[in-house]
Design a protein around this ligand. Sequence first.
Ligand SMILES: [Cu+2]
Length: 166
Amino acid sequence: MRRNLWYTPIMMRNKICLKSPVVLLKMRGKPCVSWQGARLLWRLGRVGLLALSVGLLFALGACGGGADNAPNTVSMDQAEFHLSALTVRAGETVHFVNPANGDPHALCIGKENQCAPQSGAPEQLNTTTPVATNPGDTLDIVFPTAGTYIVICTLHPGMQVTITVQ
Ligand SMILES: [Cu+2]
C-alpha cells in the first residue's frame, strides 16, 4: 500500500512514465519523460551526489585538527608563546591566536622585551606601540619579506617567538 505513494516507473516504448495515485488524482494522467530526459535526470542526480560527497569531505577536513595543529599558527599561552620558533615562506600569513581562556598580550617586532622596528618586518607589528590582543583574538600577520624576525610581548618578559621567513 505504502509503495503506491511513490512514483512507480513504467517503461513505455521510448518513454518512462511515472505512475502514482497522487499524480493520477491531481493530473488525471501519467507524467512521462523521454529516455533522453530520464538519462539527463539520472546524470544530474549523480552529479549532485558527487558534489554532495565532495562537499562533505571538505567539511570533515576543515573540522579536523585543532588550532594548535593548524599550519603557521602560534598560540599564546599564559605568559609565553606555545612555539619558540616557526619557519614560513615569504608572503605567508602567521596566525597569532590568543585562546579564549588566555591572557591579554601586547605584540610587536622587538628585542629583549622592547619593540624594535626592523626593515622587512610586517607593517602591523613593526611599531613602537605594541598591538594589544585579548583572549579570543587572532592576529593574522603576513610576513612579506625573507629574514628573521622576533615577535615579543611587552607584557611578559621573555615571551618571544622567532619567525624565520624563507
Ligand atoms: Cu604576553
